[in-house]
Every structure is written in C-alpha cells, then in structure tokens.
Design a protein around this ligand. Structure first.
Ligand code: SIN
Length: 489
C-alpha cells in the first residue's frame, strides 16, 4: 500500500547537512514496513564522509547559534512545534508505517513529541545562572549557563518522533548545534521532523541528520566519538551500546546522557485496587506493543490476590486486537523486526521450559505476518527465567507470586537496571516506604502512564544517567561557567 501524505514533501530520503538535502552518493538503506516487509523508501546508508560533513556544519554553525538570543531560539522552536502539530496526521502515518504502531498511537506520539518541543521552547528563555554572594570584599561572582557545543544525538526506533524531539529540542533551546543519527529502522519520521525544523527557521548547519544502516552506524558514530569538537553524546538504546559510547567518549571527555535498558518491576500489593492495577498494567505494558524502555518486564503479585488479578488480566489481554497499523481497530501492531520477534519467542519458550504456564497468547501469529506476537500472560514466572533478567521488549507479561513486602522489594531491585518501577497499594505508609526503597529513576505509584514533558525521565544503575524532559532536561545541554570580577573596591 503506498504511503500517502497530505504533504508528500515530508517524505524525505536524503541526509540534511549544512542546510542542504544531500542524496545518497553511494550505498542506500531500505526502509521497510514491519507488518509486511515491503519496501517503503530508500535513504542514504552513510559512512564517515557524511558524518564528518555533518560535524563540520554543526561546528561552523555553533558560534552564531549560541549568540542568537534565547527568545529568538524559543520562537523558532515554537514555530517547529506548531508545524509538527499542523502535520500531526502525516507524521503519525509515517511513524505507523515504518515503526508499526497503530495509527492512533502514531498520531498520539506526534502530540507527545510536540509537547517536548513546546516545553523546551519555553525553557530556552529560562537558562538562568546565579549571582553568588562573594566571600571577600571587592568581588562580584557569577555562575553563567552556556551551551555545551555540538551534540551528537543517537535515537531509537520505538518512539521515532518523541525521542528526536526530547533530545533535539533541549539542545537547540540551550544554544547547541546537533548532528543526529536516527535508528536504521525508522529514519523517515526523523527526516520529516528535520524538514519541519528547517521550515520553522532553524538556520543552516544548526541541525544535521545522517542516516545509516546497523552495519555502518559504528562508522558514523566513531567519527563523532573521535571528534573533540563534538562535546556531548545523547543516546537512547541498549546498555551495552551505552557503555561502549561512555568508554569511547573518554578520550575527548564528552558529556553524556544515556537512556538505556530497563527491566521494570510492577508490584501489586494485597491492599491494591486490583481493577486500577490491571488498567495501569495494560497502559504501561502494551503501549507500543511492549516495545518501551519503561514498560513493566516483571510483574509481582501478592499471593492473596494473585489468582484474581491473573484472571482479570488474562481476560483483558486476550481481548486485545492485534493487526496492522493500517487497521483502525488494531491495538497491537507488528514487532519492529525479525530480531525482536525471535527474542520474544525465545523468552516465552524459555519461561515455559522452566515451569511457567501460559494464561493468554504465547505464540507468534503467522497468519497476520512475520512479525506479530500474541499478547501473552505467563504465570509461575521466576527470577531464573530469561524474561526476568533481560528486557523482553514485547507484549509478554510474566507474573510472579510474592508473600511479603521486604521480599518483593528485594526481588524488584535484584537487577542491574533501574529505569522505571511501578506499584499499586492503598496503604500510605507502605507507599512511601516502597517508593523510597525502589532503585529506579522513575516510580509510578498507582499509575501506569508516567511520561510527560514536565517530568524528568532517566534511570539509575545500568539504565544510564542524565535526564530528559523537565527543567533538568535543559541542564543536560548546558555547562556552568564561573565568572569572577575583582578590584571592585
Ligand atoms: C522509551 O521507551 O525510551 C521512551 C518511553 C517514554 O517516553 O515513555
């Protein structure tokens, strides 16, 4: 099925460097529909030359952009936000087609992306420093916020619009210039967003984007890692890649924001409102078909309410509509690619071979296409299973029984990861005890939908560091310069 957009020029298939669209000079990368495997478009499979050109352009544009008054940068970002919202339907179609999420979710993601652009447009004018009372006479002391410089943004495929917005909007608001490498599975949404940013008035060289395949991505990123002019890397993706970037950034001591893997616990205490807990779990787990860093990966249910909760959940999960993004009734689309579906299948088979029982789903849905997996509920899951140790990144809910609070908090924290954690309880003392004890950057109490532009998003432990969104999200693109003036008496 052809991709029809109200504004066909939003389907871009070239790199954008120094304000120019640069078509592939050599190799190309196929962008395919995860529902069918059909070719949608071809974009450049770029290498070191394009990466270097992008860094040169971003470096050249930095002095003027950092001097551009914050209010002017804010106005450009506001225009970008308005254009993104004006083209919400087209962008939603692009997201759904290349990423596979149902159209309503794709359109919803555009609004989510725009909320970050709007937020950082407003924050741009508030990068305030401090006037520090001097400890000695005759001095004035200041802490001044400055943009860090050229930022390399490496973005994931699961939220192709929102993650671009969450990284690029604060960078531009702070006065940084950007080189970006979007995920190989979903470059079209990113290119469309960059086209709208240029239309909004982002000057040439301030925002540059280079597409590349999985195989060639290291060639692109290595150029930026080795380039001392690139002062910051912001990355969302796997923990091994995040650690690699941290190691490789050491020689040029870049600032880093790493939003890495999660293994979120979701705890249902015996005093929880079970219907609210099921609603929260459905919202948190099945957003984007479970392909979300913050989605619950391990669900612990108190033994007193386990069977009732499992029954309620299995009924809801069993009624989810799985199908292509093009069907308005679909609630779960295809998984992103063959690697993803193989991992999900491996996790379910491993769990069953170790004693888990399937209450709903449990298998691929080949009649729909190669990348569909039935939303699944497993009971009798335990910590030895792959689904408890690794992020499944798919529509699988493994339930584990627990007997008491101390035990479940220890189990929840028994992972190298610490991105999100959720729990349901109506006991106010327990609520604050457990919220304090959970080792996670984000905690949901009686709430499954946590993401918001005004909230700090990020992890602890192997889930990375740095925060996106909120006032803290701007700070990640700034450094503090101490200025002291003497001889004033
Ligand atoms: C992610 O999965 O990395 C982002 C999810 C979100 O913004 O809620």
């Amino acid at each position: 099925m052809p991709l029809t957009l109200t504004r066909p020029d939003l389907q871009r298939t070239a790199n954008f460097i120094g304000g120019e669209w640069c078509a592939a000079a050599g190799r190309t990368l196929d962008v395919t529909d995860p529902a069918t495997g059909a070719l949608i478009a071809q974009v450049p499979d770029s290498g070191a030359d394009a990466a270097r050109a992008a860094a040169d352009a971003a470096h050249a544009a930095f002095p003027a952009w950092r001097r551009t008054p914050a209010k002017q940068r804010a106005q450009i970002l506001k225009r970008w936000n308005d254009l993104v919202l004006a083209h919400q339907e087209d962008l939603g179609r692009l997201i759904s087609r290349e990423q596979g999420k149902p159209l309503a979710e794709g359109i919803g993601e555009v609004a989510y992306a725009a909320s970050y652009i709007e937020w950082f447009a407003e924050e741009a004018t508030r990068a305030n420093g401090d006037v520090i009372p001097a400890p000695v006479p005759g001095r004035r002391m200041f802490a001044i916020k400055e943009p860090v410089g050229v930022v390399a943004a490496i973005t994931p495929w699961n939220f192709p619009a929102a993650m671009i917005a969450r990284k690029i909007a604060p960078a531009l608001a702070a006065g940084c210039t950007v080189v970006c490498k979007p995920a190989e599975d979903t470059p079209l949404t990113s290119l469309a967003l960059v086209a709208l940013a240029a239309q909004a008035g982002v000057p040439a060289g301030v925002l540059n984007i280079v597409t590349a395949s999985r195989e060639r991505t290291p060639e692109v990123v290595d150029v930026w890692l080795d380039d001392a002019r690139v002062r910051k890397i912001t990355f969302t993706g796997s923990t091994p890649v995040g650690k690699h970037l941290a190691r490789r950034s050491a020689d040029t001591l870049k600032k880093l924001s790493l939003e890495l893997g999660g293994n979120a616990p979701f705890i249902v205490f015996e005093d929880a409102d079970l219907h609210a807990a099921v609603d929260g779990l459905m919202a948190a787990k099945f957003r984007n078909g479970g392909q979300t860093c913050v989605c619950p990966n391990r669900v612990f249910v108190h033994e007193a309410v386990h069977d009732e909760f499992a029954g309620l959940l299995a009924a809801r999960v069993g009624s989810l509509r799985v199908g292509p993004a093009s069907d308005p009734a679909s609630q779960i689309g295809p998984m992103i690619n063959a690697r993803a579906i193989e991992k999900i299948e491996r996790h379910v088979q491993d769990a069953v071979s170790r004693g888990a029982r399937v209450l709903a789903g449990g298998a691929r849905l080949p009649a729909l296409g190669p990348n569909y997996f039935a939303p699944t509920v497993l009971v009798n899951a335990d910590a030895t299973m792959a689904c408890a140790c690794e992020e499944t990144f798919g529509p699988v809910v493994p339930l584990t029984r627990f007997a008491n609070e101390a035990e479940v908090v220890a189990q929840a924290n028994d992972t190298p990861f610490g991105l999100a954690a959720y729990f349901y309880s109506r006991d106010v003392r327990r609520i604050w005890r457990v919220a304090d004890a959970l080792e996670a950057g984000i905690v949901g109490i009686n709430e499954g939908a946590l993401a918001a532009e005004a909230a700090p998003f990020g992890g602890v432990k192997d889930s990375g560091y740095g925060r996106e969104g909120s006032v803290h999200g701007l700070d990640d693109y700034l450094h503090t310069k101490y200025v002291c003036q003497g001889q004033l008496d």
